[in-house]
Design a protein around this ligand. Structure first.
Ligand code: PPE
Length: 313
């Protein structure tokens, strides 16, 4: 992953050069983690670059900001346009896009008082987060517990909350695993450090919800729809470790990760340790939806007007 190809970004209402997008070290967010963010992907489609579920991501950004009473000084339409402009100005066919809203510099005290809310949208080409392995990743169940939703609202995607993810992810990496699974405060499965989790058992697809202190992923929502469209029953319920270890198949979902099979949990294979047929079907259908190959899901795509297209119109 590198930012080398990113030349332009949108910050506080203007498109500026990458190197000019600076903030002061006294910024509130740097000290207290007071920011909210999104991550979305833009895919190459036959109609041009298209942002997957742009409106849902921007809605979630506003919802996350509302939880922390952070007033975003732009409209949804402004941010939709900012995302399009960022992709277009950099000439990306596909990329990952990161909008972030945070308290900037004015005073330091936990209450942000007069600190301005700063907003930036930037993008870069980002390969798959957990790699591209056909048969998936090896994970460990972390000793770190997902912050319970009574401590921090886990349905909000806020910067500071990721310290919990960082501890679990680093622990997993240090032990030689690709990713961590965090349990919730009651001992049920919550989610990966940056992904939601699904299992497949006896042909049924199962995932948990906000009662397990998860971020309600937009990929999770897309996968639930896709799985049902493929004819699978999808159950939403709490998941125990035993459900995962006894599953025929398991997989992660997330914007950065997309759909990624879990082949092993702490040395124990899931199913036969190979990508299962249900995961394969969902993974392919997700990819077809995101890349505009299946018109059924065209509503999920926000096509970016490219410089080339502008010349033609
Ligand atoms: N849970 C967490 C904790 C999470 O961070 C993500 C996304 C998800 C679930 C899946 O949500 P969604 O992307 O809407 O399907 N994690 C983002 C950030 C990863 C990062 O390390 O940065 C992502 O995948 O973009």
């Amino acid at each position: 992953m590198s930012f080398d190809q990113s030349q332009w970004l949108w910050m506080n209402g203007e498109v500026i050069r990458w190197q000019d997008a600076t903030v002061h070290v006294s910024s509130h967010a740097l000290h207290y983690g007071t920011g909210v963010f999104e991550g979305m992907r833009c895919y190459k489609t036959p109609k041009g670059p298209a942002v997957f579920r742009l409106a849902e991501h921007i809605d979630r950004l506003f919802a996350s900001a509302a939880v922390y009473e952070m007033p975003i000084p732009y409209s949804r339409d402004d941010l939709h346009a900012a995302v399009h402009e960022t992709v277009q100005r950099n000439g990306f066919e596909s990329c990952y896009i990161r909008p972030v809203c945070f308290y900037g510099s004015s005073v330091l005290s936990v209450h942000p008082r007069s600190c301005p809310v700063e907003v930036a949208v930037f993008a870069w080409p980002w390969g798959k987060y957990l790699g591209d392995a056909e048969d998936g990743v090896r994970v460990t169940v972390s000793k770190w517990i997902r912050l319970h939703s009574s401590m921090l609202p886990t349905t909000a995607k806020a910067c500071g909350q990721y310290l919990n993810s960082l501890l679990a992810n680093r622990e997993a990496a240090a032990k030689g695993f690709d990713e961590a699974i965090l349990l919730d405060a009651e001992g049920f499965i919550s989610e990966g450090s940056g992904e939601n989790l699904f299992i497949v058992r006896d042909g049924r697809v199962v995932t948990n919800d906000e009662d397990s202190s998860i971020l309600l992923g937009i990929t999770r929502d897309a996968v639930i729809t896709i799985a049902r469209d493929l004819g699978y029953e999808v159950d939403i319920r709490k998941l125990e470790i035993g459900d995962l270890l006894g599953a025929d198949e398991a997989f992660f979902t997330g914007t950065a990760t997309e759909v990624m099979p879990i082949r092993e949990v702490d040395g124990q294979l899931i199913g036969n340790g190979l990508q299962g047929p249900v995961t394969r079907g969902i993974r392919q259908a997700f990819s077809a939806a995101a890349t505009g190959e299946n018109p059924r899901y065209d509503d999920w795509l926000s096509v970016v007007m490219t410089a080339e297209a502008e010349v033609l119109t």
